[in-house]
Write a protein that binds this ligand. Structure first.
Ligand SMILES: NC(=O)c1ccc[n+]([C@@H]2O[C@H](COP(=O)([O-])OP(=O)(O)OC[C@H]3O[C@@H](n4cnc5c(N)ncnc54)[C@H](OP(=O)(O)O)[C@@H]3O)[C@@H](O)[C@H]2O)c1
Length: 284
């Protein structure tokens, strides 16, 4: 069974390839990448795989049995067509199964909803493809909060519009393990899984960061409008509105969902205690 992973040059795609190398029992793995040189060092064949290039996708997917499609990064409307290019290429060259990395979140009423809707449309396209399929709805990555620690420290706090809302965060490594199972296990065909760990509040997130890094961060809730202005100022209008929309979604409870992680991954998600203990700095 030949397995293909798209966006193998990205952080999630790379970790899915590595998880497959651990659990797929030596099955051949092909990586697709828009920028192949960014996918070096994985020890697998890397083929050009730009979602905007249908002919490239068909050539790369020839002979593949199962393809894992990582959701794209562009404007929401554009993503739908780009994902359709991958689904169409897979169908046309005889791929038998598609696994898609979707997202949880507010389907309407928040600045993140257009992104969620585009993912829901691709889910529908995958289900209607006529191929076997499995879909994961990812929680929010927790790693960016760890990477943002210096900024939080400079501000002395975490301030955003999530309020008391709980967020089902996850890690790329845990997602990668779950996706390797969805790819290789026929029992997951036709299923859609929420993939995240126990939901936590921003105050709990601050406490975990403090535990790991010896910081003294607190959490302060601010309005959606104020947070959007803050993010747009730092990240620009497109990304700023999306990031603020994610926290708006947390406030609405749209990331506080039951998790199917264990059913998908065959084991529990790493606990937040263990995740942050592994990051603990010597001075903490
Ligand atoms: N759950 C979350 O919290 C969260 C947060 C951010 C994003 N996401 C979603 O999760 C996906 C994967 O996350 P990540 O951490 O792996 O992101 P990442 O490290 O930024 O990687 C994004 C990947 O998408 C590829 N890509 C972008 N446009 C493409 C196109 N037109 N054709 C083919 N490949 C394309 C990039 O290729 P290049 O190497 O050519 O740039 C790169 O490999 C993202 O794309 C986004 O949809 C989820």
């Amino acid at each position: 069974m030949t397995i293909a992973v798209t966006a193998a040059s990205g952080q999630l795609g790379r970790q899915i390839v590595q998880a497959l190398q651990e659990i797929a029992g030596g099955e051949p793995i092909v990586g697709l990448a828009r920028t192949p040189q960014n996918a070096r060092g994985l020890g697998i064949d890397i083929k050009p795989g730009d979602y905007g290039q249908p002919d490239q996708l068909k050539a790369a997917l020839a002979g593949v049995d199962t393809v894992l499609v990582v959701s794209g990064m562009g404007a929401p409307d554009g993503r739908i067509e780009l994902h359709r290019n991958v689904i169409g290429a897979a169908r046309s060259v005889g791929v038998r199964k598609i696994v898609y990395t979707s997202i949880q979140g507010p389907e309407k009423g928040a600045g993140f909803s257009a992104v969620v809707q585009s993912n829901r449309q691709t889910e529908e396209d995958v289900r209607a493809s006529g191929l076997d399929w499995a879909i994961g709805r990812n929680g929010i990555y927790i790693e960016p909060d760890v990477e943002y620690l210096e900024n939080y420290e400079a501000r002395g706090e975490i301030a955003n519009c999530a309020g008391d809302g709980k967020c089902g965060y996850t890690t790329r490594a845990e997602l990668a393990h779950a996706y390797a199972r969805l790819i290789t296990g026929a029992e997951h065909n036709g299923k859609t899984y929420n993939l995240h760990n126990e939901p936590i509040t921003q105050a709990q997130l601050a406490a975990y960061l403090n535990q790991a890094f010896g910081t003294t961060l607190g959490y302060r809730s601010i309005s959606v409008d104020d947070y959007r202005a803050d993010r747009v100022n730092e990240l620009g209008p497109f990304l700023g509105a999306i990031i603020a929309g994610i926290y708006e979604g947390i406030r609405m409870g749209a990331f506080d969902n039951p998790s199917d992680y264990q059913s998908a991954a065959g084991r529990p998600h790493q606990s937040w205690h263990d995740y942050f203990e592994a990051l603990r700095s010597p001075s903490a």
